[in-house]
Design a protein around this ligand. Sequence first.
Ligand code: BEZ
Length: 254
Amino acid sequence: MEHQWNAKHYDDKLSYVSDLGRSVVSLLRPQPGENILDLGCGTGDLTNEIAAGGAFVVGIDLSESMIKQAREKYPNLMFSVGNGEAFQVDNQVDAVFSNAALHWMRHPSKVIERVWHALLPGGRFVAEFGGKGNVETVRGALELALDNLGINVSQDQRNPWYFPSIGEYASLLEQQGFRTTYAAYFDRPTEMPDGDRGLERWIAGFAQSYLKGLDSSTRAHVVQRATELSRPSLYKDGKWFVDYKRLRIVAVKS
Ligand code: BEZ
């Protein structure tokens, strides 16, 4: 099931995604006059950040609602609806940037192949996304809550994410011809806004596919049970910290 994004909820409640992505822009080091593609740009906050340094940036995202909101927020920037597994560019770019988006694309080889074709020779691919074991506690809790209701998650493919290890992703990059010049994998427990309701909001924003086909009271039950199961590991001093694990890569088309 393709994730349905709510751009307003994303900006109001999930703005930490872009806030935390600012350090990935530092890794990109955009130069004035460079042409850069922001793959999975959401509502455009980091596209704007990249453009602020004088680069020409185009943001693409699969979600029409995100692109509509990005255009309203940043009318001077270029955005278009596009699929990371199938996009094409008219003119090759100096860099492809991506923050917190690649884990939504279930066919990584296709994405890597598209990125390769979008880059000029010598161009760089700079990305951060969820790595192996990302959000494992929440994912496990949702799956257990569903399993307790007799819903077998492994059979009905509710998990919408791709979270590779460094080894797996670097191999895919190399198969395409990229030279991986940097790779890092690290824990980043991420504080949720909204105090006690933080995890519930995270599930509403990102994990709806686990709730597909359930009536509203069963949904509420699953969310409450998953929250209870996660609490001992992720709730401290009135705040939720989701167990994010990040993968960062820089790869060069040589
Ligand atoms: C992430 O940024 O790692 C992420 C966000 C939402 C769902 C899954 C992963």
